[in-house]
Design a protein around this ligand. Structure first.
Ligand code: GTB
Length: 215
């Protein structure tokens, strides 16, 4: 039986690939693993059957045999560990690729989420405009550091890895803000990641679910 993931029945981004099932689809596509998708509504996500898979009532989840996982970092790590193609064989290179996966979700994604919250949830607060420059500067600090680490390399540490997959997925969410374009080497890095055939297949699969009727 192929693994089954969950995704939004209707993603709030209308299929721009920003919901987190895209990174799991992408990892599965990179390793050539067919998968099934169970679409869930916001209501169903908070019901016991889904909470048994993800205690936070979120997507995506991953089920394979008697294994059930949540958290995209853990899911992509599991896929990368159990199939060839997303982690180097050399033990040290593998450990460094895993470090980049953690860096993506633990060091780079948090300030980006702060921006999303500021834009979506705090826009009408009296202090929103005053806070925004600090929120953006915290992202710029991380992007500056990341662009130094990347330098003029194609990927973060040798060949494309699960570390790049997670990092590019996190950075993609910044595009609409214009902040990514302030760092041309990172914008080019994300564009290279998006040009991978596996990413295109993952994007197309989620678009198929979310595209406007008749689109
Ligand atoms: N840390 C978890 C992980 O990495 O798996 C975070 C999972 C998560 O945030 N899931 C979101 C969710 O289920 C969907 S991706 N939210 C519903 C809820 O909490 O009730 C976040 C997301 C949602 C919408 C957009 N968008 O519209 O652009 C982008 C990203």
């Amino acid at each position: 039986m192929p693994p089954t993931i969950t995704a939004f029945e209707r993603s709030p981004d209308g299929g721009k690939g920003l919901a987190r099932d895209t990174r799991v689809r992408w990892a599965l596509e990179e390793v050539g693993q067919p998968y099934e998708v169970r679409l869930v509504s916001f209501k169903a996500m908070k019901e016991p059957a889904h909470l048994a898979l993800n205690p936070f009532g979120q997507i995506p989840t991953y089920e394979e045999g008697d294994l059930a996982l949540f958290e995209t970092g853990a899911i992509v790590f599991h896929i990368a560990q159990t199939r060839a193609g997303l982690l180097p064989k050399d033990a040290h290179a593998r450990a460094r690729a895993i470090a980049w996966m953690f860096a993506a979700v633990n060091s780079v994604e948090p300030p980006i989420l702060e921006l999303q919250n500021a834009l979506l949830l705090e826009r009408d607060k009296p202090w929103a405009a005053e806070r925004m420059p600090a929120v953006k500067d915290r992202i710029r600090d991380r992007l500056r550091q990341l662009s130094v680490a990347l330098g003029d390399a194609e990927w973060l540490d040798g060949a494309f890895s699960a570390g790049d997959l997670m990092m590019a997925s996190v950075l993609l969410r910044l595009r609409a803000s214009g902040l990514l374009d302030e760092f041309p080497t990172l914008a080019a890095y994300v564009a290279r990641a998006e040009a991978r055939p596996a990413y295109s297949r993952a994007f197309a699969a989620q678009w198929d679910v979310n595209k406007p009727a008749g689109g």
